[in-house]
Design a protein around this ligand. Sequence first.
Ligand code: GLU
Length: 492
Amino acid sequence: MTSNSSTAKTPRVRIAPSPTGDPHVGTAYIGLLNFLYARQRGGQFILRIEDTDRARFVETSEQMIFDSLRWLGLNWDEGPDVGGPHGPYRQSERTEIYRKHSDELLASGAAYRCFCTAEELEAQRKAQMAAKQPPRYARTCRFLTREQIDENLAAGKPYVVRMAVPIEGATSFRDELRGEITFDHNNVDDQVLLKSDGFPTYHLANVVDDHLMGVTDVIRAEEWISSTPKHVLLYQAFGWEQPQFWHMPLLRNTDKSKISKRKNPVSLTYYQQSGYTPRAMVNFLGLMGGGMPQNTETNSEVFSLEEMLQRFNFQSISLGGPVFDLIKLKWLNGEYLRLLSADEFLQALRTTLFSDEYLGQIAPLVQTRIETLSQFGDMADFFFRDDVVPPTEVFLPKKRTLEETLAFTGDVLTALESANWTTETIDAALRQVGTDKGWSVKENFMLLRAIITGKTASPPLLESMVVFGKARSIDRVRRFIATQKKLSSAKK
Ligand code: GLU
């Protein structure tokens, strides 16, 4: 194993979110931990955008990541928008660097070209499944002769670059929270490092960047533990010193499963738009994992970022999965609202729910549909509510059972999740699900109108959903399904 002397250096830590959708609460949780680690030790906190997975790339995501982390006050010292000495901080702008490093590994024999086609790989995978073996690359191209490689290259065959994981033995590394972890090489796949489109995979780009950016401590979620032996092997292949690894316990739903958007809103944008205060959110995330010692005098769970900087202790993080409990977050948020002066509270309303911007988008949707101004409240209440409860007769079309309706709503939810948030794209997505599942446009829109607005008549649905926002619209649909399922199972 490579020796590790990084403890003596000024810490440099990073978060490396992938811009694949709404910014995730898990990013804020890991962001907070990295921020605290750097700030407590006079180090630097880097934001790197890992955008090499072009299939999952979402254009608007990066800006949303910046906005939501800033909203929480987790400011970074280096990043795509603020610059820094080790840029660019966006991986798609670093492809030449990865290619060069991949070439180095090819030259040293630590990696090899794989010319297998997608069909060949699929056949391998099927054979392995049938034989009840774990799916992994069968190393067909690992032992090609120089001549065979040259022939393939001359024939212009596309290839990926794979890591030549040692066939025997094991790789060990120290996890700062768990101690020594060992992976038998039998269980480590010959990982693709560079794809045929020339883009690196996460593993290559992540290790190369952590090294070039001088990262001393990799503080990330525990789901990356099984990737770490690959990373350690790469550090060794390059002859680089490896950072310290800290794998943080994953946030969990209340049923202890890994946090998921079907059970909790996971989008930071949702919390921002739903009137949670950033201080409550940071406090809540600081409670996760047990790094914040209980104040024995006050026994209080309410503490500021400043207090966290003073008292947060990485050594006391416990590995049991911290529960992302919305009830607790709401309670905490209430505590913070009560701490505001009357004036600050008014300000909070005026900059969120009753901002000129939000009201300005809602007003034109309502103006032509009311006769007195006070009817604005009747018509537009759903824009200002935490939730709506559509009465059964409103959302349950006569010819459908509740089960059918909920199954269809689930399909609608999936379609909405992958829609760009414009009236045209929402419309197209909804119509597609309707056609696929045999629901008329009328039934389909009535159902969604009831779920989003709680009414049969409302301002135009699609425009309303655009103004209300993707995160909150989706959450309303998710909550509707969850509530109805709970109610119907309670009846059984
Ligand atoms: N891009 C990875 C993510 O989306 C980074 C994981 C890591 O921190 O190494 O979380």
